[in-house]
Write a protein that binds this ligand. Sequence first.
Ligand code: C5P
Length: 244
Amino acid sequence: MPGASPADRLLVALDVETLAAAGGLLGRLQGVVTGCKIGTQLFTAAGPAAVEAARTRGLRVFLDLKFHDIPNTVAGAVREATRLGVFMLNVHASGGAAMMRAAAEAAAKAAADFAVPRPLCLGVTVLTSLDRRALQRDLGVSSTVEAHVLRLAERAREAGLDGCVASPREIGLLRRALGDGWVIVTPGIRISPAEGGSRPDDQVRVATPRRALAAGADYLVVGRPIIAAPDPAAAARAILEELA
Ligand code: C5P
């Protein structure tokens, strides 16, 4: 995404319990951010109304529900997400090539059927909560995390997906292997100590906004450093300034 503005790149994770809390946060961030991420907590609590609340405020929505099911079921879910008007959504790359192809095709067909823009479809590679030991012991994968991330991202691209979610640690590897057209979204962003700093919370592989951008990320997902800040708008502005 060369040339994109800092505001285009920042997606605030609306990890809150209720529609009212999401609305309050969106109100405080009005005019500062232009994109958000709605994940399983808020979507389970509030459903499509959460997407609607963000869209009516003019925000682009990344619907982070990480679909993982048989191709027909994932295609149906992607069709409904596309109907909601989200600009980006994701599926688990470990669901296999046929499932990812079904997702990509469903997004294109639904966009045409409902006359909305086709959402970007991302593949989730290896959850950042898994390390090499868990990959081997729990999933029977003997390669390194990095090699498995790259393999899944390559399968995702062959299946017609647009990009993937990656930890700051894998951005460089993916960018070099998959080129500039591949969309990379990264969570695990924490503000530089020089700018006031933010706690890592439960994130292990973290990067500052500037480093993530320099490594080749297109979009940065930021949750707690913004939503748990005393002044969320000021925290978002600080991140945008670091990106500028
Ligand atoms: O609060 P924080 O900035 O850590 O929030 C990061 C967001 O990104 C959360 O919504 C989390 O679910 C999401 N995420 C993540 N790691 C991944 C994928 C998504 O932290 N690998």
